[in-house]
Write a protein that binds this ligand. Structure first.
Ligand code: SF4
Ligand code: FES
Length: 248
């Protein structure tokens, strides 16, 4: 396949970026999207030009690092996959592909296609954990019965990989889907109820402080989420928050 790539190049967060056009040839349908970028970078290095910086780690849909906006969609045109799971067979010979970083005030560009998503880490640090007594009196987690529905819902929420596609898809750059998944995975379990009031208040406060926008129920986040995290989590977080703030 012969393709035309239009890629966002930006030296660092303080400089102005611009789209740069790169023609590329010899791309196979079986290549992943990131392998296609590897081919481009090898060519750029051979020509003595700076390679395009992009984030990746696992390349199998687990780590959430490969945050690319492809033709205006987070993780590209296919549903329920990350960019590293996108294959070039999803494109046609002669296509032009526009590749940008995820855009949000709370995700500043580090370089080219890499954004700083440490705002997500700080939301997690604010309350996304369960405190456990490790003094030798720890109760085996399986000693506390959990009904299957709640266990399944909690597990589904816990599959959020923190990729940020929900933020990139949202016209308000809201992080409600991410934060609500992290709140829900504990809210649904008896072990998580002990700190539930403090958790939801702290995580929502941190989310707001990071500069994410509010949710206006458009649902773009759910559609673009590679892990199919449901909007029901946002409703659950709102209920948790209302109960927590009513209790004071
Ligand atoms: S909710 Fe979905 S889109 Fe948002 S960070 Fe988690 S996995 Fe990514
Ligand atoms: S590189 Fe890990 S999810 Fe894509």
């Amino acid at each position: 396949m012969k393709l035309t790539l239009k890629i966002w190049r930006q030296e660092n967060k303080d400089t102005k970026g611009k789209m740069v056009t790169y023609p590329i040839d010899g791309i196979e349908g079986d290549m992943s999207f990131l392998e296609m970028l590897d081919v481009l970078n090898e060519e750029l290095v051979e020509k003595g030009e700076e390679p395009v910086e992009f984030d990746h780690d696992c390349r199998e849909g687990i780590c959430g690092m490969c945050s690319l906006q492809i033709n205006g969609e987070p993780h590209g045109p296919n549903r329920h996959i990350t960019t590293c799971q996108l294959h070039m067979r999803s494109f046609k010979d002669g296509d032009t592909i526009v590749i940008e970083p995820f855009r949000a005030k709370a995700f500043p560009v580090v370089k080219d296609l890499i954004v700083d998503r440490s705002s997500f880490d700080r939301i997690q640090q604010a309350g996304g954990y369960v405190s456990v007594n490790t003094s030798g009196n720890t109760i085996d987690a399986n000693a506390i019965p959990v009904n299957k529905h709640d266990a399944d819902e909690s597990f589904n929420a816990a599959t959020c990989i923190g990729c940020g596609a929900c933020v990139a898809a949202c016209k308000n750059a809201s992080a409600m889907l991410f934060t609500s998944a992290k709140v829900s995975q504990y809210a649904l379990l008896p072990q998580g109820r002990i700190e539930a009031v403090d958790r939801v208040k702290a995580m929502v406060r941190q989310m707001d402080e990071e500069g994410f926008g509010n949710c206006s129920n458009t649902g773009a986040c759910e559609i673009e989420c590679p892990k199919d995290i449901s909007l029901e989590n946002i409703a659950r977080m709102n209920r948790e928050y209302l109960m927590a703030t009513t209790k004071g």
